[in-house]
Ligand binder design. Structure first.
Ligand code: MG
Length: 396
């Protein structure tokens, strides 16, 4: 957990050295627009992306970024051809890790989607660098390793996920030991009111229509299954050192209350705002300061009502699986996450029905024997095993 308010960069007005991992995705692009909107605040020391070499090269040119890496061997040559002269391109399988080391950032925005974002995030934490964490999968897979490591090195993990950013802000209202529970809010996704058999056969286009948030395809599909909320339960469990029983999920279709903390006296502190990812992204980058943001403020005269309800366990079986995984701890999160990534890929390729996603994850989690205190190697083995399990059950 990040500690006090002493922040050298804030006192001396030096620009904060920022490295963005995952700059071509939804979060990364928003982060670049935050940086452009606050001239004099940040120095962009490096960018990395998963595959999109052309977009990445364009960003390097536009923002005059000195160092860059791409997490895809085939895209590397293409990127090299499109970079402006003098740009340092890190190559090879450890390119992202080398970029983390060589660019000497003060803050790493970890926004690569999925388990692929884990090694570079781990390296930043190992170096004691602060991490604005958008890659929830890193904590889901390796929370058992990341959190103790961060405590040892002094690296502060600042959440970017809107719900965790809300909890992080609300926690400032009281003492840590006086927290009774937290409420993670969820929009409920596009299928909140659909009959179960219609959800079973939902198409890719339907799963990609999120009612309130504009996000990348993986997290949007995760919102439709409510796997996203399950991943966030596990993320919260690690980030805020909570028991799973202290976490409750509430459907809140308006997506205005981003999450809440209930203290021992029954007081509930919430963080509210329009559903715009620029707000939590910017807060993670400027924390503990608050600066003007381009996201529209709430218009209280237009908000007629705020609704809350318990999620339906029959429509969304992934949610109970998430709590079971949080309870089991250890290596279980790695299996849970990898099975989901593999199942979502199979769904996006049209190989399985929407309803199969949750069933495939359930089967992998049920067949897994949890390792209570796994090594990183064991976690990566669990990850690979779960992907194989899912592949063996999918026609291709
Ligand atoms: Mg979220």
């Amino acid at each position: 957990m990040p500690g006090g308010y002493s922040d050298a960069a804030q006192m001396t007005k030096q620009r904060k050295r920022v490295l963005i991992l995952g700059s071509t995705g939804s979060i990364g692009r928003s982060a670049l627009s935050v940086i452009s909107s606050l001239p004099g605040e940040f120095e962009l020391v490096g960018l990395a992306a998963g595959r999109q070499s052309k977009t990445l090269a364009g960003q390097v040119r536009e923002h005059a970024v000195p160092q860059v890496a791409i997490d895809c061997e085939r895209a590397e040559a293409d990127l090299a051809q499109n970079l402006p002269a003098g740009t340092r391109l890190h190559r090879g399988p450890d390119a992202l890790i080398e970029l983390v080391r060589a660019s000497e950032p003060e803050l790493v925005l970890s926004a690569i989607v999925g388990a692929a974002g884990l090694p570079a995030t781990l390296e930043a934490v190992r170096l004691g660098v602060d991490v604005a964490l958008a890659n929830k999968e890193a904590l889901v897979v390796a929370g058992a390793i990341l959190m103790p490591l961060a405590r040892r090195t002094g690296s502060r993990l600042i959440p970017v996920d809107s719900e965790h950013s809300a909890i992080f802000q609300a926690l400032h209202a009281g003492r840590r030991e006086d927290v009774r529970k937290i409420y993670l809010t969820a929009s409920g996704g596009p299928f909140r009111e659909w009959p179960v058999d219609r959800i079973e056969h939902a198409t890719l286009d339907e799963a990609l229509q999120h009612p309130t948030w504009s996000m990348g395809p993986k997290v949007t599909i995760d919102s439709a299954t409510m796997m996203n909320k399950s991943l966030e339960v596990i993320e919260a469990r690690w980030l805020f050192d909570l028991e799973p029983e202290q976490i409750e999920v509430l459907i809140h279709p308006e997506s205005i209350v981003h999450s809440m903390v209930e203290f021992a006296d029954g007081s509930v502190i919430a963080q509210l705002g329009t559903p715009d990812m620029r707000t939590p992204i910017q807060y993670a980058m400027t924390w503990p300061r608050r600066l003007p943001c381009r996201a529209a403020p709430l218009n209280w005269r237009e908000i007629r009502q705020l609704n809350f309800e318990a999620p339906d366990p029959v429509r969304f079986p992934a949610l109970a699986l998430g709590f079971e995984t949080a309870q089991r701890g250890g290596s279980c999160g790695a299996v849970f996450n990898a099975a989901n990534e593999a199942a979502v890929e199979a769904f996006r390729r049209g190989e399985i029905r929407f309803g199969e996603i949750s069933r495939l994850i359930a089967r992998a989690v049920a067949d897994h024997e949890t390792i209570p205190t796994p090594t990183l190697e064991q976690l990566l083995e669990c990850d690979a095993w779960a992907r194989r399990e899912v592949r063996e059950c999918t026609p291709s």
